[in-house]
Write a protein that binds this ligand. Structure first.
Ligand code: ACM
Ligand code: ZN
Length: 723
């Protein structure tokens, strides 16, 4: 459609001054941004679109409405010219802003990204006028798969909420929405041939309260659920397409199938009907590998495939225990008839059936990295979540890969240290860690790297029961990820922080996105001093660090609670210092903590006990069976007792150790005690010692019946109090 309205720009000479930090407010950061020494006063637009570019004119009006909340098309002014280029990278664009605006673009996505970049440059001046700095931008994405995932099974999100989620994705130039539509706790897509999938499978009668590892467990017995009709799915797919976003559906198999099997138990191994699950976790009842189940699933896929016009189809494939398959005569005969070695090869056989079926129907299969086990199906792409090794292996075998490691891409993890963070599944994935993520691991060579399509942030929703909480967990971490996905020339993290606070938070607020400011919340930092520790309140306002307040704590002094460090944050109000004789002392490790959980030896002697429930920090985590280290005191000291605190979190494979052995080098007063509680006070009267030797014996393996049974447990320690 050709527009006959006019545009108007006034070229202001001189213009606003952009400081170094603020030079480019666009996120993700464009590859080339050359600022000119002038500013356009922006009164309105009248773009001229090539008539053959379908939907661009509508997209233009929508995006300008989004940013300016009003019609910005006026009758006078200069034109914005749009020119489509051939033989340029997909999704690329350039913008030249001078006395007029010239946009060149590769395709629809390139054009809408140009508009997003253009409008992100806009600033309101003191007179309430919109200004855009004159500049030149040349831009193209680093990766082709720039994804966010949303689990609508554990908690359901309405069509409008899903649309809003996608709308925000498009602003940050994400192009792939991975829609996790089925899991143990709910089947969320209408299948006309199998209506019980939603009649029964879309609703559960109870949901576990609190963190699922909390004992004793309690339940919310409100019936919970929902699903999307096929028409609604089409509506969302269309909505996404208009924003340059591809929708990849996920139908989980053979695991995470309890909701489907509640509706059709005949497709399990036992045939026993269980309820739709209300607990979080991994469950033994999975789809049976018999031919009837495979036919059933292929019929289900047949209804879903036409709803999603794009190439990839996700079949899950993760966390499928083989317990039932081992005991099932039908599964065992499939193994025998097909000459398979074991249940892993049976899983591979199962996935290959789906791979072939999808290929025949014009789709490419993608699955979680467990689909490597038992042999990767010929056409499968791999989504690597248990670290990046699965992705590396798949790339070595010449398969496409999407990196989504739990360590950096799981936005259901905690993002902050504060005790006021809302309940999350666990883990610790702060903004800075996401910002530092690189989807190409160091050990990958160039050829292998060529198979990495990109990366994806995942929003599993066991602990995300509302849209506001969803956005809180997603933003701004998703923006940090968009940087990595878009550009290989990321600005410094502090510049990114500045940009977020200066330019993006105000806009997110305008869009009513409940983003988290955790990355900017004051934190406590403990530093060693001659006589103990200083606890500082530190804030990173607009990327610059400020020490707001410092309080000194001396070794051995009795002060229990600080009432000096009161700042506008609960965590600091609640600061409890346990001053003791080893405050600020040093530790020499014989067996160091695992690098993932090693924030330095001071953690054990900083006077602050690790947070419970655990958030993956303020604790040192060990994965060795014996943990051995020396506490080096500042001078010879008389000791009465030592208190050591451990963490117990069976769901995270963290267990109490078996014994603690304390001795000295000076007078080898050895004492061994059995560990019976999370806090162990060991009376140990020794005079004039300066070096305390600790040897902690962990459990050899996790006991049967607990998560991770048979594996080595983790031991988490904090703090070691010496009195
Ligand atoms: C997963 O997080 N189970 C893919
Ligand atoms: Zn079976």
């Amino acid at each position: 459609m050709k527009s006959f309205l006019l545009i108007h720009f006034i070229l202001l000479i001189g213009g606003v001054c952009f400081t170094q930090k603020n030079e480019c407010p666009i996120l993700p950061t464009p590859n080339v941004f050359q600022i000119k020494n002038s500013t356009l006063q922006f009164i309105g637009l009248n773009p001229e679109f090539p008539v053959n570019e379908e939907g661009l004119s509508t997209a233009f009006q929508r995006i300008s409405q989004l940013y300016f909340n009003k019609n910005i098309i006026t009758e006078s002014g200069q034109k914005v010219s749009f020119q489509k280029l051939i033989n340029v990278p997909q999704e690329s664009y350039s913008i030249e802003i001078g006395s007029e605006i010239r946009i060149q673009y590769a395709d629809f996505n390139g054009a809408i990204y140009a508009l997003n970049s253009l409008f992100q440059l806009a600033k309101i001046n003191q007179n309430g006028q919109i200004e855009i700095p004159a500049c030149y931008i040349s831009d193209a994405p680093r990766f082709t798969w720039r994804g966010l995932h949303l689990d609508v099974s554990r908690h359901f999100f309405t069509v409008d909420e899903v649309k809003k989620f996608i709308d925000m994705m498009a602003v940050y130039k994400f192009n792939t929405f991975h829609w996790h539509l089925t899991d143990d706790q709910g089947w969320r897509i209408e299948i006309k041939k199998y209506p019980k999938l939603t009649e029964i499978g879309a609703f559960r009668n109870r949901t576990v309260n609190n963190h699922y590892a909390t004992t004793p467990r309690t339940w919310d017995s409100t019936r919970y659920g929902g699903y999307y009709t096929q028409d609604q799915i089409r509506e969302v797919v269309k909505f996404a397409k208009e924003r340059g976003v591809t929708v990849v559906p996920e139908i989980e198999m053979p695991g995470h199938a309890r909701a489907a099997l509640a509706a059709y138990p005949e497709y399990s191994c036992t045939g026993i009907q269980h309820d739709v699950e209300g607990l979080w976790g991994v469950f033994d009842d999975i789809f049976c590998a018999k031919s009837e189940t495979i036919s059933f699933l292929q019929e289900v896929l047949s209804e879903i495939i036409p709803l999603f016009p794009d190439k990839y189809f996700h079949i899950g494939g993760d966390e499928a225990p083989k317990t039932r398959w081992k005991q099932c005569s039908r599964c065992q005969s499939v193994i025998q008839e097909n000459g398979l070695k074991d249940e892993h090869e049976l899983q591979s056989y199962f996935i290959q059936k789906m791979d072939k079926f999808l290929l025949e129907n014009g789709k490419q299969l993608i699955g979680w990295d467990e689909i490597l086990e038992g042999g990767l199906s010929p056409n499968a792409a791999v989504m690597s979540w248990r670290g990046m090794d699965g992705g590396l292996e798949a790339a070595k075998q010449g398969h496409f890969v999407v990196m989504s490691p739990g360590s950096h891409c799981y936005f259901d993890h905690y993002q902050g240290r504060g005790h006021n963070e809302p309940l999350a599944i666990g883990g610790f994935t702060p903004l800075e860690k996401v910002y530092d993520f690189n989807p190409i691991p160091e050990k990958m060579n160039a050829q292998e790297a060529g198979f990495v399509l990109g990366a994806q942030g995942n929003l599993w929703t066991e602990y995300i029961g509302s849209f506001d909480k969803l956005m809180y967990m997603a933003y701004p971490r998703a923006i940090a990820l968009s940087q990595t996905l878009w550009t290989s020339k990321k600005p410094e993290y502090d510049d990114f922080l500045y940009n977020l606070q200066e330019s993006h938070f105000p806009r997110l607020k305008q869009w009513r996105v409940n983003y988290s400011v955790t990355a900017f919340a004051p934190i406590l930092r403990t530093v060693r001093t001659e006589s103990g520790v200083d606890v500082q309140v530190v804030s990173k306002f607009k990327g610059r660090e400020f020490i707001i307040e410092t309080k000194s704590f001396k070794r051995g002094k009795k002060r229990g609670k600080s009432n000096g460090l009161v700042y506008n944050s609960k965590e600091i109000k609640g600061l409890k210092m346990n001053s003791h004789k080893a405050l600020g002392a040093f530790i020499q490790f014989k067996t160091p903590p695992n690098t993932r959980y090693n924030a330095g030896d001071l953690v054990l002697l900083d006077g602050q006990l690790g947070a419970r429930p655990w958030k993956g920090h303020e604790w040192l985590g060990f994965d060795t069976t014996v943990i051995e280290f020396d506490v080096i005191l500042s001078k010879k000291t008389n000791v009465k007792f030592i208190e050591i605190s451990f963490l117990k979190d069976a769901g995270s494979w963290i267990h109490l150790p078996e014994t603690i052995e304390i001795s000295t080098i000076d007078n080898d007063d050895k004492k061994t005690v059995k560990v019976t509680a999370e806090k162990m006070k060991v009376n140990w009267k020794v005079n004039n010692t300066q070096k305390i030797h600790l040897k902690i014996q962990a459990l050899k393996t996790i006991p049967n019946g607990l998560p991770g049974e048979g594996h080595a447990p983790w031991t988490f320690i904090d703090e070691i109090i010496v009195k």
